[in-house]
Design a protein around this ligand. Structure first.
Ligand SMILES: C[S@@+](CC[C@H](N)C(=O)[O-])C[C@H]1O[C@@H](n2cnc3c(N)ncnc32)[C@H](O)[C@@H]1O
Length: 450
């Protein structure tokens, strides 16, 4: 065991961090209706959740006093045990804070500042504040149906492709929107093609990828769809270079507003939005909507991470709450970035250290803050809807350790809802399938003005 772990101060600090990890998985989005089968009284949720929070903060404070001699140490430990027991008893009440205002409450509760307050979840503003039609109940119903579909997937090990969360998101969105045509860019072995097919059994698909998925069949499982036109292998054309007018004519489609485009090709998303806009497409899903400071391409999440958005904008000041919170969270979450990783030369924090990445991090360009700001204004001016898929379940249920829940919206199945998690069949899945969440996003872009 690590020598430091013997110290009571470290034991309590570790306990505090564990609590922080659970608590910080509560998110602040309000666009979902959080009710489900046995979430009985919102009132009690709030009360119990405050109790947990108070306990966490109290433990944080205790850790400052526990440099004390033996009697005080025993007292500290005793108090910690009592509080942990009480928390275990109330663990089912670790529920979501659905009101954005409560983040302020968290931050101001004891002056320590929770991880919530300093990080938060930025999003892209849409022009008229419109949101999606589906609710959290619809998502739960969808999950109930999708788990057993997912279990029949042909590619069991889809490392480098989508895991469970995004497979569910894509399936749900396609099934809800009922497009007349589905286009995907970035196919790999064909798992996402298979997901689209499960959602819409008879709808044609067009898939673009430099390598045909059939090529992977020699080495193991892959999926090639019978009702899909492949622009792949020697027929590959980049999405931005396709003559979409003529492709639409071939498919007999005159109304491009009922087409769903799925991008999993790791290209600059600003570039892809402009190309989709030019072609008249309106419903786009981006698989890897990377958080600021991470990822191999400029994403919508990065573009909209602006200081005028709650949870957005950063400072590279090292002696700050954000810097401290970031280094603490990095201990727990593999994808969390600390202030050194976030900030490049001249305190450039936007994109990835001031760079607009593109094409799997192969073609990058430094951008000024002014340009980054203009990009967000442009994106906002095109958006009717921006909706990030929530993680399917909280980290205490899925045991995922990669994405930081402080930078994600409230999970569909919240921490503490173990019964629901099991009832939905999610407990049957291997933990590794929950590790790939990167804030998949659905956007509806406005009709092009002619
Ligand atoms: C992450 S994988 C896609 C995973 C797949 N959607 C899945 O869920 O299993 C990214 C794919 O994009 C392909 N790719 C690379 N450049 C591309 C481009 N310009 N257009 C379309 N696909 C591209 C890669 O060859 C790779 O197959």
């Amino acid at each position: 065991m690590h020598a430091l772990a013997h110290s009571p101060k470290n034991a309590i600090t570790a306990t505090t961090k564990m609590l922080d990890r659970v608590l910080s998985s509560r998110r602040v989005t309000s666009h979902l209706d959080d009710s489900d089968t046995d979430a009985s009284a919102d009132d009690s949720k709030t009360k119990k959740q405050n109790l947990s929070l108070l306990a966490s903060n109290y433990l944080s404070r205790l850790s400052h006093f526990c440099f004390c001699p033996t009697a005080s140490l025993l007292l500290c430990l005793l108090l910690a045990i009592v509080l942990i027991t009480s928390l275990a008893f109330h663990s089912r009440s670790f529920v979501c804070v659905s009101d954005p205002g409560s983040r302020v409450g968290f931050f101001g509760l004891d002056g320590l500042g929770s991880d919530f307050g300093s990080l938060g979840v930025p999003w892209c503003r849409s022009k008229h504040g419109k949101t999606v039609q589906w609710t959290s109940k619809d998502l739960l119903k969808g999950l109930e149906e999708f788990v057993s579909i997912y279990e029949t997937r042909p590619i069991k090990n889809n490392i480098y492709g989508m895991g469970f969360d995004h497979s569910f998101g894509l399936w749900f969105i396609a099934k809800w929107l009922k497009p007349v045509l589905m286009i995907e860019s970035g196919v790999f072995k064909g798992h996402s093609t298979w997901v689209l097919r499960q959602a819409m059994p008879d709808t044609p698909i067009i898939s673009l990828s430099p390598r045909h998925p059939g090529k992977y069949l020699k080495k193991g499982p892959a999926y090639v769809d019978g009702n899909c036109t492949y622009f792949a292998g020697k027929d590959f054309v980049d999405f931005g270079n396709v003559d979409w007018k003529s492709v639409m004519n071939k498919h007999g489609i005159t109304d491009t507003s009922r087409i769903l485009i799925f991008f999993d090709d790791h290209q600059n998303e600003l570039k892809r939005v402009k190309q989709a806009l030019n072609a008249g497409f309106r419903h786009l899903v981006f698989e890897d909507n990377y958080d600021t400071g991470t990822g191999d391409h400029y994403s919508l999440r990065q573009i909209c991470d602006q200081s005028y958005i709650r949870g957005g904008g950063h400072s590279c000041f090292r002696d700050s709450d954000e810097a401290r919170v970031r280094s603490k969270r990095k201990l727990f979450w593999e994808k969390a970035v600390d202030i050194d990783e976030l900030c490049g030369p001249n305190e450039a924090w936007w994109g990835v250290r001031g760079w607009m990445r593109d094409n799997f991090n192969h073609s990058n360009k430094p951008i000024s803050y002014a340009e980054h700001f203009q990009n967000s204004r442009f994106i906002e001016s095109t958006l009717d809807v921006y909706w990030e898929l929530p993680p399917v379940a909280g980290p205490s249920l899925t045991h995922q350790t990669r994405y930081d829940p402080a930078r994600a919206t409230s999970p569909i199945v919240e921490d503490g809802r173990y019964g629901l998690f099991q009832r939905l069949g999610l407990g049957r899945l291997e933990a590794s399938v929950f590790n790939g969440y990167t804030q998949m996003v659905y956007i509806e872009i406005s009709e092009r003005e002619s």
